[in-house]
Every structure is written in structure tokens, then in C-alpha cells.
Design a protein around this ligand. Structure first.
Ligand SMILES: Cc1cc2nc3c(=O)[nH]c(=O)nc-3n(C[C@H](O)[C@H](O)[C@H](O)COP(=O)(O)OP(=O)(O)OC[C@H]3O[C@@H](n4cnc5c(N)ncnc54)[C@H](O)[C@@H]3O)c2cc1C
Length: 511
């Protein structure tokens, strides 16, 4: 590609290019094992790898294809610098808990580095300094408070007034010796090791329920079951809720990445803006060429405006910062936030201690997902772990949980009503090629997409999770739910939960 205005037609994450995994068959019988891991991202694969190494019998169930969830679409900075977080955690949870959070993430980074060294994994791992920067006086003040929290908590960091990158800033915090890697290249050898240690993987196998008990039974969509001693829900959004109403305690945020070759040399380091719109940068050498991954433009899933504009905004930022030669890849994904921003890792409810969940990594899942796997190993092996209480999904900190709970659920209710009342403005006949829109057909609301060949794909826009109305995402050609973040393909197939059933396909109604 030589034309700098050329644009990758379809979203594709750089990590998956040329790295198709050999497929695994679906589960079609009832089986028995020690541990069932549901979900083949960093959390599930690391957990499966660790537990198979301990000699346990482990089965990994994956709804689609391993490494094609958020882990396949991340920017893969491995760091304990999680945006502006430590001042907030210090105020809400106290010094000890804020320190524990930092330590858990430092240990996760160490674990990743050690695993790479021990298993000689080639995954473009490099140590980099992480920078959080502010371009406005307001956020420079927030960074000052954050730096004060670093000092109180004993976090390694340095206040800086400029960046190695030519970007005017008001203030910055450097966290030295963090890292970046290629997540698919890192996790593929872990998967192979898991298989060599007797692990079994079933793809195209959607877990839909758990029959709880001493030996819980994971039920899959086609009716096959796996009886086990422990269930690890590593499905990004927990596939099993245990009546703990996780959908009311979390929300999804989408963000975007553009991978480009640049005119100015990237000086190394990993960067994140403290203010919105978020701007993130790191480099990755691909086919011998150094590319910069420009990320950001976060918004609640299904609630952005013209979603393709987010890619354009990142390209504009790339142009302004380093100059763009070519944009080679672009992609987007979402991640979940809990009410208090601490991940939920542990028993799904206090009464079901053999069904564990890990979710809510708030865009920091390389370390938090690894922390979850290490914690899961200790839960399953019956060992104590210093981070058990901190991440317990049954914890409750009144501040900020209540406030966020009310705001989040008012937003969900608002989106629910808005979706039901919105009047479709487009007719199917008005759709251009490669355009999607909400339309009215036979008196009902439907989602129509006219593909590049001119065929129309029609779906019922009512989300199968909790019945909000999905919205068209023109950036990725998906139907996204503004309430809880489920995403569906143009024919209704589930791309991302919590929904586990497709949108009803209405294409037949066109005939
Ligand atoms: C754009 C973007 C950039 C990011 N950048 C960074 C970064 O730089 N550093 C960082 O630390 N974090 C980052 N994150 C966050 C990080 O990528 C995620 O937190 C992490 O990948 C989540 O991993 P996971 O294993 O929990 O989920 P996933 O990788 O999504 O894996 C879950 C798997 O479960 C499967 N599944 C779901 N439901 C079922 C079911 N019912 N049955 C069977 N299987 C099921 C899915 O198909 C999927 O494969 C970023 C996130 C985004 C969106």
C-alpha cells in the first residue's frame, strides 16, 4: 500500500495477521474433567497453561476461536501505570489496598517476563518506559495528585515536563521499566504447552449455564456438558451470573487502534494521555517496518456517533504527532469496567466458591488478566493469595460503587427507552452499498446492512441479552448494544457477550 490516503477496508488487528491458529472441533458429547476454563483470551489461556502444568485435567471451551476476543484486539502494553488510578484508589480503598493493586500488576508483569525467558518465547517483548501525560492545566493538576499518590504508595515514578516524543505537554509521569509485546505470539506457545500437558480445547462451543454443586456442570449451547470440580469464567463478561446481576454492575467501553508507518522516527516508550479524548501510542515492528499503534477515542459501546469517525480522529492525531506514511491496519474492541474500577476476580458469589469469574480489567487486561490467572491457580490448588480479598467480586465499597451504580443503571434505562422510542429514518431502498441503518419493515424496527455486492442483511435490533435496541457501528460493520456492550455481526451472530444468542435474522422477510 503506497497511497497514504488508502485505508484498510476491513478492521483487522495486527496481532492476528498471518497467525491463524489450527482450529479445534466443537464439543459434541458429555465429558468430565477437573477444571473447565471458559474463554480463550489472556485470562483463560494463562489459567489453562498454569493448571495443566500442575497436573490437573483442564478443558478450555471457546465460543468462537481462541485469541480472537479482546486479547487479539488489544494494544498490549504490559504496565502497572493504569491511567489516573492510584490517587483515586488511595482515597477510596486506602493505602494498603492501593499498594496491593500496584503490587499485583508488577508481579503480573514479572510473571510474563519470566515465562517468556523460561519458555524462550519470541513475541516482540521489549522493556519500555510508560508515560502518562497531560496537555491541559486541569489535568496537570491531576497528575500532580497522582504523583503524590505514587510517593505515598512507594510506586516507582518520575514527574517530567517533556516527553521523548515531540508533543507539547503540561506535565507527565514516567513509570520506568514497563513493557510491550505481541499478545498472540506470547499466548500461542502457552496454548501449545497446555495441549502438551494433556489440556483439551473445544472451539465453537458456547457455555450458556452452570448447574451448581460440588461437581458443577457446564452446559453448552448444543446441550453437551462438562462435569468438573472448578469452573473458571474467563469469558470477558461472565457467561454465568449466579444471580449476582453483573450486568448492572459493569459497563463496556469501546476503543480504536490505527497502526501506521510514520514520517518522523518514534523514539520508543509507551504513551497515554490523561485527558479525553484518550490518546495512546506504542511501536511494533511488523515485517521489518516500525509501525506506531495510535489508540484511543473510548466511548461506551453502542453510544458513539458515526463510529468510523473515531478512526479518522486517530489518523488525524497520528498525522499531527509524527506524520503518516501509510495506515496499514485498524481495529477496535471493548473492555469492561466495574463500579469501582477494581476488577472482579474470584467466586461468582460468596456461596459458589467453585465457580470463579474474572472481568472488569478497565483496558488493563494484560497484567490484570495475568493476575486473575495466578489468583485462579491458587483458588483451585487451595493456596492462599494476598490479592484474594482485594479483587473479590463480593466486595462492596460504598464510595464510589453506589454513585456509579446509579449513574450506570440510569444510563442503561435511558438507552433502553431511547432505543424503543427512536423512529427509523431510513428505508432499505435508500441504503448505499456498505451502509447499515435502522429501518422499519412490516411495521417493526429492524437493522439493515447492504453489503459491497448489494445484498441486504436484515436483523431484529432487539438485543437478546436484556432487550435493549442495538445500534449500527459503521466503523466495524457490527450491531452494538448501548446498554451492556454485546456486539453482533451483520447476520446477527454474537461477536461479543454478554449476549449468548444471535439477533434474529430477518433476511427472509425481504423476499
Ligand atoms: C482497544 C483496546 C486496547 C487495549 N489495550 C490494552 C493495553 O495496552 N494493555 C492492557 O493491559 N490491556 C489493554 N486492553 C484490555 C485487554 O485487552 C483486555 O482486558 C483483555 O484482553 C481481556 O482478556 P480476557 O481474556 O479477559 O478476554 P478476551 O480476550 O475477550 O477473551 C474472552 C474469550 O471468551 C470467549 N467467550 C465469551 N463468552 C463465551 C461463552 N459463553 N462460552 C465460551 N467462550 C466464550 C470469547 O469468544 C473470547 O475469546 C485493551 C482493550 C482494548 C479494547
Amino acid at each position: 500500500m503506497t497511497d497514504k490516503n488508502a485505508w484498510p477496508q476491513s478492521p483487522e488487528p495486527i496481532w492476528r495477521v498471518g497467525k491463524q491458529q489450527s482450529p479445534h472441533s466443537a464439543l459434541t458429547e458429555n465429558i468430565e474433567t477437573d477444571v473447565v476454563v471458559v474463554g480463550g483470551g489472556i485470562t483463560g489461556i494463562t489459567s489453562a497453561y498454569l493448571l495443566a502444568k500442575e497436573g490437573l485435567r483442564v478443558v478450555l471451551l471457546e465460543a468462537n476461536q481462541v485469541l480472537n476476543g479482546t486479547t487479539g484486539h488489544t494494544t498490549a502494553k504490559i504496565t502497572a501505570q493504569h491511567d489516573l488510578i492510584y490517587d483515586e484508589f488511595l482515597n477510596h480503598f486506602g493505602k494498603e489496598n492501593a499498594q496491593l493493586y500496584y503490587r499485583a500488576n508488577v508481579e503480573a508483569l514479572k510473571f510474563i517476563k519470566q515465562t517468556i525467558d523460561q519458555d524462550s518465547i519470541s513475541c516482540s517483548f521489549s522493556e519500555e518506559d510508560a508515560y502518562l501525560y497531560a496537555t491541559t492545566p486541569e489535568y496537570a493538576r491531576k497528575l500532580t495528585n497522582e504523583m503524590r499518590a505514587y510517593q505515598q504508595l512507594g510506586i516507582h515514578g518520575e514527574f517530567v515536563n517533556s516527553l521523548p516524543l515531540d508533543l507539547p505537554i503540561k506535565a507527565g509521569i514516567k513509570m520506568p521499566n514497563q513493557a510491550q509485546f505481541d499478545p498472540v505470539a506470547y499466548l500461542t506457545p502457552l496454548l501449545n504447552s497446555f495441549l502438551q500437558n494433556g489440556g483439551r480445547i473445544y472451539e465453537k462451543t458456547v457455555a450458556v449455564d452452570v448447574q451448581k454443586g460440588t461437581n458443577p456442570v457446564v452446559v453448552t449451547k448444543n446441550g453437551s456438558t462438562v462435569t468438573c470440580k472448578h469452573v473458571l469464567a474467563c469469558s470477558h463478561f461472565p457467561f454465568y451470573d449466579g444471580n449476582a446481576l453483573y450486568f448492572s454492575r459493569m459497563y463496556a467501553e469501546a476503543s480504536y487502534v490505527v497502526a501506521a508507518s510514520t514520517k518522523s522516527e518514534f523514539p520508543g516508550g509507551m504513551y497515554l494521555s490523561a485527558e479525553d479524548p484518550k490518546r495512546s501510542m506504542r511501536s511494533h515492528t511488523f515485517n521489518g517496518e516500525k509501525l506506531v499503534l495510535f489508540g484511543g477515542e473510548s466511548h461506551k459501546t453502542g453510544q458513539g456517533n458515526r463510529l468510523s469517525d473515531h478512526y479518522k480522529a486517530l489518523k488525524f492525531f497520528a498525522e499531527e504527532t509524527l506524520g503518516v506514511k501509510n495506515v496499514l491496519y485498524r481495529w477496535s474492541a471493548e473492555d469492561f469496567y466495574t463500579l469501582d474500577k477494581l476488577p472482579y476476580i474470584g467466586p461468582v458469589t460468596s456461596k459458589q466458591d467453585n465457580i470463579l469469574i474474572a472481568t472488569g480489567f478497565h483496558k488493563w487486561g494484560m497484567t490484570n488478566g495475568t493476575t486473575a490467572a495466578l489468583l485462579f491457580k491458587d483458588y483451585v490448588m487451595g493456596n492462599t493469595n494476598p490479592y484474594q480479598d482485594l479483587f473479590s467480586p463480593s466486595r462492596f465499597y460504598a464510595d464510589p460503587s453506589i454513585k456509579t451504580f446509579l449513574v450506570q443503571n440510569a444510563d442503561v434505562a435511558g438507552q433502553f427507552v431511547k432505543g424503543k422510542l427512536s423512529v427509523p429514518k431510513k428505508k432499505i431502498s435508500e441504503l448505499k452499498q456498505d451502509e447499515g441503518a435502522v429501518v422499519r419493515i412490516n411495521g417493526r424496527r429492524a437493522g439493515a446492512y447492504k453489503d459491497q455486492e448489494g445484498s441486504v442483511h436484515l436483523v431484529d435490533t432487539t438485543c437478546t441479552h436484556l432487550y435493549c435496541e442495538v445500534e449500527w457501528n459503521d466503523g466495524d460493520r457490527t450491531w452494538d448494544c448501548p446498554c451492556h456492550g454485546s456486539r453482533f455481526g451483520v447476520d446477527g451472530k454474537v461477536i461479543e457477550g454478554p449476549a449468548d444468542r444471535p439477533l434474529t435474522n430477518l433476511t427472509d422477510e425481504l423476499e
